[in-house]
Design a protein around this ligand. Structure first.
Ligand SMILES: [Cu+2]
Length: 140
């Protein structure tokens, strides 16, 4: 399990041994004056079966959803992305301009350097607890 509150990006990589997913580079964009934030992470499926991410929770947000940003006709829109399937041996990146975890109803502003706990719920009934680090508003 994860030791929450570690002031280090490596905290995001601490998880149960034998988990089918390796999560790296988990971060959240700082939210000055907003109760909504985007979280980004890299998911690598190290198992031999597809892994399906069905939901995300965070104790700092009242709701978290997987979103996808798509640009159509020059207009950028976000849509809920119900399930995220990571094929065996593949890596899926949630990054700015594409897939992300939308955190809604954030109780306190997230300042750069803060830690955000995330729980990734998988379709096999297991979940992964990770920690994302808050990066400045202009982080890429
Ligand atoms: Cu979004």
């Amino acid at each position: 399990m994860v030791a929450l509150g570690l002031p280090d990006a490596r905290a995001a990589q601490q998880q149960e041994a034998g988990a089918p997913l390796i999560v790296t580079d988990a971060w959240v964009r700082a939210t000055p004056g907003s109760d909504v934030a985007s979280a980004y992470l890299t998911l690598r499926n190290v198992s031999t079966k597809p892994v399906t991410l069905i939901a995300v929770d965070s104790s700092v947000a009242s709701m978290a959803m997987i979103h996808e940003t798509k640009t159509e006709g020059g207009i950028s829109r976000m849509r809920p992305h119900e399930q995220l399937v990571i094929p065996p041996g593949k890596t899926v990146k949630l990054e700015p301009g594409g897939l992300h975890v939308m955190l809604h109803g954030i109780a306190h502003p997230l300042a750069p350097g803060a830690s955000v706990p995330l729980v990734l719920r998988l379709s096999n009934g297991t979940s992964l607890q990770i920690v994302a680090l808050v990066r400045p508003l202009n982080a890429q």
